[in-house]
Structures are given as C-alpha cells and as structure tokens.
Design a protein around this ligand. Sequence first.
Ligand code: CAO
Length: 415
Amino acid sequence: MGKALEGVRILDFTHVQSGPTCTQLLAWFGADVIKIERAGAGDVTRDQLRDIPGVDSLYFTMLNSNKRSITLDTKNPEGKRVLEQMIEQADVLVENFAPGALDRMGFTWEHIHKLNPKMIVASVKGFGPGPYEDCKVYENVAQCVGGSASTTGFDDGPPMVTGAQIGDSGTGLHLALGIVTALYQRTMTGRGQRVLTAMQDGVLNLCRVKLRDQQRLDRNGVMEEYPQYPNSEFGEAVPRAGNASGGGQPGWILKCKGWETDPNAYIYFITQAPVWGSICKVIGKPEWVEHPDYATPKARLPRLKQIFATIEHWTETKTKFEVMAILNEYHIPCGPILSMKEIAEEPSLRETGTIVEVDHPERGKYLTVGNPIKLSDSPTHVERSPLLGEHTDEVLAEFGFNRQQVTALREVGAI
Ligand code: CAO
C-alpha cells in the first residue's frame, strides 16, 4: 500500500526540536525526508543530554525517525552548487535556522524560487515580522511570549511553563499543516510558496481560550469559573487558574489513595453538568441533587472549592484507577494523572503504535512516540533515526552525482 506523501522530496535543514518534529511527521506520512547536516557535528541534539557516551541521544533519535541523513557544507562553494542541484529536484525545503541564516548562506527565497518555482520553503521562526523578528527563540521563550506562561500555574506563584512542548513540537505540527496545504495548492497553481510559522503565534493559537477569557474579563470584570471567584479580586489580565478547567465544565485535580508518597496519585475530576446527579450519588451526597445551593451549575460556581474538597474526601479513599473505574460506570469524565513510567508501560499505547520500540545499530532498543495521527490508507511504520551522513553517497547518486563527483566533493570538504 502506498503512503500519503510518497514521491514528495523534502530537503530538511531542521535542527533541535521544532523543525524536526515537523519533518518527522511528514516522513511518517511517506515523504522522502533528507536531513542535511554539517559534517562532523550534525544536528546539535545528537550529542545533547546523551545517556550513552558517543551514541546519538534520545533527544535526537526520538525526533528524527524515518529520515535519511547527508552531510553537506552549504557555505562551501562546491557545497552550494550541490544544494542548488538538489533544490532543482526537490519539492520542499524546511528550515528552522536563526533569522537570516538561510539568506546568509546565499539561499534567499528569490534565489530558491528562481531555481525551482515549484519549491515550497517552510520556516519556523521565534517571532513573525515585527520588533522581535531577529531574535532567537527556544521552547520556554515561546511559551512565555505566546501567553502560556502567564496563564499557567497558581495564582499565588510565579508564571509557569508546561511540560508539553507546545512551543517546539506544537509549532512543528502547525508547520506540517502549512506544508501539506501548500503542496495541495501547488497541485492547482503549479507554484511553490513560502510557509512561515512563528513559535509565538503557534503557542498563542493553542492559548486561544485565554484570549477569549481576556475579553470576557474586560467586559465583566469577573470570571465565575475561575478559582479566584468569589473570594479574591481579579486584576486587569487573565490570571493563572491552577488546575481549573479551561471550559464550561468545572474540574480540578484531586488526591487519591497514596498521595502522601506517590506524587502522581491524583485524578482530574470534571463536574460535568449532565451527570451531576450521578456525582452526588457516587460521593454520598444525594441531598445535593435537589438542594438549591448545588442543584444548578450557576449555584455551584461560588462553591466549587468546597464541592471539590468534599469530592476529594471520597477520592482519597481509593486509588486513581479505582476512582476511574467507578466514575466511568456513571459516565463521569475524569482522568488519572499518569506518570511517564505508567505511560511507557501501557499496553494499549503499544498496540496502537503510539508508543513504539525501535532498534538502533549503536544504542540498541529504545522507546519513541509514534505517529499520533492515524490514516487508514497510509499506516505509519516507525524506523530508526539515521546516523550522521549515513546516506550521503546514496542520496547524491539519486540527485545525479556520479562516483567521481562525490569523491571530489569529499576531497574539498563540501560533504
Ligand atoms: N553547512 C554550513 N553551515 C551551516 C549548516 C550547514 N549544513 N547548517 C547550519 N549552518 C550554519 C548556519 O548557516 C548558521 O550560520 P550563520 O550564523 O553564520 O548564519 C549557523 O550554522 C548556526 O545556525 P543557527 O543560527 O540556526 O543556530 P544557533 O545555534 O545559533 O541557534 C536556535 C539555534 C534554535 C536558537 C536558532 O536556530 C533559532 O532561533 N531558530 C528558529 C526558532 C526555532 O526553531 N527555535 C526552536 C529550537 S528548538 O527549542
């Protein structure tokens, strides 16, 4: 069976996390992703946070599955000529260099477009055009400037970054959508185009509900589902809401049996309105079903703290999995706080290919996260990441370089 993006050739100048997430997704969908790296060094993450000396790190291997790797010095005049020839024959060039780096190499959009008018050039940058466009950006910087940090954490604590890599992986995901959309438009126009995703924009897109809340706050001065209501003051900006739900069904994280010693013995509990009667029954408060202080969502809002404390008296008597089993019987939405250890060992995630074990010639077996997007006609088979320059000769041959030319390129240090 063919793959969705079979036949699409991608020149992958990405490094660290944001760009590699994007091109890994495209590789999983069947694109031929050729990672172009600097000889001797390669993607900086190959040797960052290494757990085995001298072996590509998990940081690298988990972001670069299903790709091929070539080494090419794009600042070397011969290397530049190689890249030009490759651009003429490829479909997409993806990069997440610091602002201006591609131009400094001599590969401006105008030059690339002239070489290959069908070429799509896709970039991750920290910021879009404006006062900060020249700044370098990493994950947590993006979380801070995209609205996530100011709205994450507790009211009485500092801004907080999240463990989910919404700045890097989130932006890579946005960029991947931009690339396939540009490929689709090219089937009708025959023309390539530039695709830009700024990390600030990607994070803000994921924090959309907080801009919603800013406007509600501006209008009403108060947001009744926030933990600040009714006991403390709201300021001018959306406050940190702790573990409150971002939507219309109040929720909170509650202790479960063993919380004193297990940092993850907790469950997320949602007091979804349609199952309020069942919640009251389960926690042993049947009188709350009709009581005017508890019967309606509106009446409950100023009492959420006390309601969750009462529910917690019940959840504390059971493990998070027992709580989940009981609540699921009544269709009460909830989620145990799963540790990374529990997730790594979860059999159902192995069965769906969301967690995959891969074999690597130097590191041996390791776990990685597989493709979270499942296409029924284009199944993903996760393959190990490439060694540095593993495919240089093979790829150059496919792009029309004969053996003598490859030897000459090696002699001048272009590859
Ligand atoms: N041959 C020759 N030179 C190469 C090369 C190759 N194959 N690949 C890269 N280079 C050069 C670049 O041209 C650049 O040279 P100049 O500075 O002379 O223009 C140099 O290597 C360094 O590239 P860089 O500026 O991208 O790397 P950095 O370590 O200085 O910055 C980062 C890293 C991530 C801060 C920056 O790339 C960035 O801001 N990227 C955009 C935002 C982004 O994706 N951030 C997320 C990263 S994941 O947290």
